[in-house]
Write a protein of this length. Structure first.
Length: 200
């Protein structure tokens, strides 16, 4: 059964600023804790943990979100992401020249991803002859995410997008009802007695 994952959001802007600050201070002599001598052969070396300066900001408590990025930070990151994605696409197409450009990602792709995830969690897609693996709690979480998506996008979708979302949500909820009813019926059935042993 799946459990709600616990995670902490890390403000990578602080990490980048720290790295830049450390690179600028890299030429200054470090007198607090000497590092171990480099290993022979130019390979990896052991680095002694050095205490952080007093001005180092304290780590943010778990559960608190960092401040949102500025508009300029978002634009720069989006441009860097697009350039990196384009380089990756160029590499893939160089290995397979016959492949055309991939279609753009749309809202329907997002809804389809949730649909496939929910159905697999409810046992669909198992190979013939294999017992389906069911993650009913994970399926419920995925379906609830689709419900949140429907709630938060209400009034902001095209007719086609709205119809796709409503249809998918209806289908996965129906599959969930059928599966949970089957599980309930199996739980209510009394255990079967063992077959009688043949007398010799």
């Amino acid at each position: 059964m799946s459990e709600t994952p616990k995670f902490t959001v890390i403000d990578r802007r602080k990490i980048k600023a720290d790295e830049e600050q450390e690179s600028q201070q890299g030429s200054a002599p470090q007198s607090e804790a000497p590092s171990a001598p480099p290993e022979p052969g130019g390979g990896p070396r052991l680095v002694v943990n050095e205490p952080r300066p007093e001005t180092q900001p304290e780590a943010e408590p778990q559960g608190e979100m960092p401040p949102p990025p500025t508009a300029e930070e978002s634009r720069e990151q989006k441009a860097a992401y697009d350039a990196s994605a384009q380089r990756l696409e160029d590499l893939v197409r160089a290995q397979n020249p016959a492949a055309g450009a991939p279609p753009p990602i749309t809202f329907e792709n997002l809804v389809q991803q949730f649909y496939v995830s929910a159905m697999i969690q409810m046992g669909a897609g198992a190979q013939e002859g294999q017992r389906p693996r069911v993650d009913i709690l994970g399926a419920r979480n995925t379906i609830d995410l689709l419900g949140i998506l429907a709630e938060k996008t209400r009034g902001n979708l095209t007719d086609v997008e709205q119809g796709t979302l409503e249809t998918v949500l209806f289908e996965v909820r129906m599959a969930f009802l059928e599966l949970t009813n089957m599980i309930s019926l199996q739980a209510m059935q009394p255990p079967q007695p063992p077959p009688p042993q043949a007398k010799h």
